[in-house]
Structure formats: structure tokens, C-alpha cells
Write a new protein. Sequence first.
Length: 385
Amino acid sequence: MTERVRFGDVVRNVNETVNSNELLNFEKVIGLEHLDPGELKVSRWAEMNSLSDGTTFRRIFRPGQVLFGKRRAYQRKVALASFEGICSSDILVFDSKSERLLSEFLPYIVQSDAFFEHALQTSSGSLSPRTRWEDLSNFEFELPSLEQQERVVEMLTTIDDHLGHLTLEQGLLRKMQKVYVSDWLLKVGPFSSSASIADVCQTGLFCDGDWVESKDQDPHGSNRLVQLADIGEGCFLDKSRRYLNDDQFQRLRCTSLREGDVLVARMPEPIARACLYVDLGQRAATVVDISIARCDQSIILPQVLVSIINDEAFRSVAKGLTTGTTRPRIARSKLGAIVFPLPPMELQLEFVKDFGRFSVALSDLDEARSASEILRTALINSEIE
């Protein structure tokens, strides 16, 4: 049995705030940048005592409440709080207010495609579209019985636990990968010359992505628009689902991505993370806060460049060149001028061969994760319509 309800009938928008004198009673601060698309677990935050200028945030959240990023809802930022803290005003805090809704079931409602479609349809603004609680509260859906909610929560919890284990395995393997890269760069240092991204892209391409506003996008377009959320440290995450139609792609004179392009995120988190673009089976462009490096492969192999950029030595220099406090970023000119060791080609070829073993293992884990995520999404969407 299901019951047709409005979101606002069973969910409360918790607008609990704190004054400046009470801020130090809270240890953790969360902004939109700390919420990872598609991830319920909050794994990043700022410590209140580490913010030299304090914070302008005043909204309180508590354990068990659901955090929803109302700005740029297409980023699908939803989280389940496991601790208390202060969050941005661009994050809405939800809680169940009805005996008909299990609090454990609420985050899955907010993660459903139907809820996000409603959030997008009710968003306004071109540069930073936002939805409002007044509009979200009118979202209608079929609420399952309590017994069915319990069954679904149990199944989704099992899937989430499995995804958590896969994440731990991936993290361990990536740490091993980073150690391998750092050791290799130290070993080949005496045999290397010096270069920068701009140097190795002189005969190729080194540019920023395109300035694409929300009004330029088309959910039914045939051209993919790669987002910051897609850029992982050494891997293309393929998380976003933003598109352009052919007319807009041509009007904006978008740069078409090619397989093997090195994509570098100029914004956190972390800043200057890089990955190889993979063929998505459709024409694609990317956004302005991502730089495209199409290197001369007679000088440096794309996988070697990605590994160098993601190494801590390069990353620490990039961090020191960032500007801005609310939305820190590194300028492409500064990114392109960072000097790094350039090993001879024979050593690069050996590196790519050895590095491939890590790639195969990570690919297997990615496939397992993808299968679980597909199952998870299908289960959520079958229950929330």
C-alpha cells in the first residue's frame, strides 16, 4: 500500500540557527564544497577553530538530519549528518515530522530522480540557480507503507555497506598508487629534464573549458557537459549528467574533448586534481573551471602527465598559487607555469606499463561499484514516483 503525499506534509525544513556568540559551541562547519555528489556520507568538513576569519554560516544541523544542496541542484548533493555542526544557507536541513515516514527512509526520497527533477524544475537564476523550500514542499510522491520502508531501508543499507567496503579498497589501492608514483619520480629525477604543462602542450592544446550557463543547457541534448564532479584524482568519475544540444554547442563554440585529453580541475577538492578523459560515446565539452591539456605525446605521455599533476609535489605548489576564499581556484596561467621533472621517453614507457597494473585493479573495483550503484538507483526510483 502506498499513499500520495506532499513532501512538506511529512518532512520539516529545520531552520535552526545560531548567533555569533554561540558559534564556538560547534566544532564542524560544512559548505556545499564538502558534500560529494551521490554520496550520503559526509567525509569532509572545516574545523571551526581553523577558520581564522570565522564563518558567516549560521544554520545548525544535527545527527540523523538530511542535508540538501539547494544551489545547483543538478550536482545532486545530499548527505546524512552523523554529527552536529553549522552549515551554509545554501544547504537545507530536513527531518521527518510524521509517523508515516521513517527518518531512515528520508535520505533516499531526497536522492530519488523524481525529487531532483522537481528541484531542477523549480530552480531559478542563471549563474547559480537555486530552488526553495516553498517549492520543494509541494513535491508529490507515493509514500510506501512503514513495513515497505523498513524493507527498502534494510536493502539499501546493505548496498551502502558494500559500497563502503569498495570505497575502502579503492582508497587503499590509490594510496599505494600514489606512493609508487612519488618513488618513481624520485628515482628518475637525476635522469629528467624540466618542463611545464604549457611547455608540453605547445603543439597541442592547453585551454580552459567553456563558459556554459544553466540556461544554455538542455537535459535532452546529445552533447555531454563534463563537470568538476567528474574529475577524480587519476580517474574520470562520470558522475554528472549535464548536456547541451547541437545548436548551443555550436553557438558557444565549445571545444570538443578527445579521448586521452588531460582534464585538470582548477577548483577544490582537491585543487589541481587531474584525470584522463575517456570516450563517452558522444561529443563532449567541459566547463570553464576545468583546464584541457592535450599534450605532445612525443614529449610526454598523457598518463605520465596525469600522475605528475596528482603527485603531492606538484599539488603543494598549486595550492600555494590559489586565490579566493569562498571559492578558491588556480588560474590556468599559473597552473601551466608550474615546473616538474620530465623523464626520458623510455622511462615513461616503462612507467605506463607498470602503472597499468594499478589501473586494471582499480577498473575491476569501479565495475563492481558501478553495478551496485545502478542497483541502488533502480531500487530508490522504483519506490519513489
